[in-house]
Design a protein around this ligand. Structure first.
Ligand SMILES: NC(=O)c1ccc[n+]([C@@H]2O[C@H](COP(=O)([O-])OP(=O)(O)OC[C@H]3O[C@@H](n4cnc5c(N)ncnc54)[C@H](OP(=O)(O)O)[C@@H]3O)[C@@H](O)[C@H]2O)c1
Length: 245
């Protein structure tokens, strides 16, 4: 029996993997010996920088560009990825995160959040499950947000999309068992928000009053990616205890 994490010979697709959380998860996979397909939309230069870092860790890395608001582009992304290497895993990380309360949320904002944060993961998971050879096991990790469980009135479209993705994670876990394990990592404050929001006031309320470290995120992601043969449909909170308050 081996209880060390060895992902050698296994390829993972990370959406929005050029920078920030996606790149941190990709780095963890590379450190465990895995290979990567990094998806990006606009961050081409950062995608190349991340590719170089991952290759320095010994990973084989390919970059694929796509706008995942387009459902056909989601399907093509999975098809192109499988044409590069038979995928072991899919990490649904790309997301919009925009402020918008009850009165100011526009329909355009509503639709784009649901399209990228919910529909795209569904289409990607569906195509992944169709192309994964029947005699192979796969693993899916959806990146959600602790606000899925806490009605967040400042980011209505975002919070709704993540709550639905949490539910879809459980539905996918039942639908795809036993061949594909599907879990989610519900993040609290990992990095300062990309919308320029105030991190310090959010941290003051936390039982563990600090941002997570990269290593804490990476260990949690690897744990779920490598234990989904029997842990499936689980939503793990990496949030310094914020879901408790
Ligand atoms: N940062 C945190 O502390 C935190 C907290 C809670 C939850 N999360 C979750 O963790 C994940 C990553 O967060 P982050 O802060 O690292 O993200 P981020 O900096 O906001 O980056 C968003 C990612 O989504 C991609 N993206 C945006 N629009 C796209 C589109 N139309 N098609 C395809 N890709 C698109 C971007 O790709 P390009 O840059 O290449 O365009 C980028 O990689 C998200 O799911 C987020 O909800 C993060």
């Amino acid at each position: 029996m081996s209880i060390t994490t060895d992902l050698s010979g296994k390829t993972f697709l990370v959406t929005g993997g050029a920078h920030r959380v996606g790149a941190m998860i990709a780095e963890a996979i590379a450190q465990a010996g895995g290979d990567l397909i990094i998806h990006y939309r606009r961050s081409e230069a950062e995608a190349h920088e991340t590719k170089a870092k991952l290759e320095a860790l010994g990973a084989k890395v390919r970059l694929l560009q796509a706008d995942l608001e387009d459902e056909e582009a989601c399907r093509s992304l999975i098809e192109e990825a499988f044409a590069i290497a038979p995928l072991k895993g899919l990490i649904n990380n790309a997301a919009y995160f925009e402020r918008g309360g009850w009165q100011e949320t526009t329909m355009a904002q509503w639709h784009k959040h649901l399209q990228l944060n919910l529909t795209a993961p569904f289409v990607l998971m569906q195509r992944f499950s169709q192309l994964l050879p029947r005699d192979r096991n796969g693993t899916i990790l959806n990146i959600v947000d602790l606000c899925a469980q806490k009605p967040r009135t400042s980011h209505i479209a975002y919070a709704t999309s993540k709550a639905a993705l949490e539910s879809l994670t459980r539905i996918a876990a039942r639908s795809l068992a036993p061949r594909i394990g599907v879990n989610a990592l519900a993040l609290g404050a990992i990095l300062p928000p990309s919308d320029g929001g105030d991190t310090q006031s959010a941290l003051r309320e936390l039982p563990v009053a600090r941002l997570a470290s990269a290593e804490e995120l990476q260990r949690a992601a690897l744990f779920l990616l490598t234990n989904s043969s029997y842990i499936t449909g689980e939503i793990v909170h990496l949030d310094g205890g914020k879901h408790l308050i």
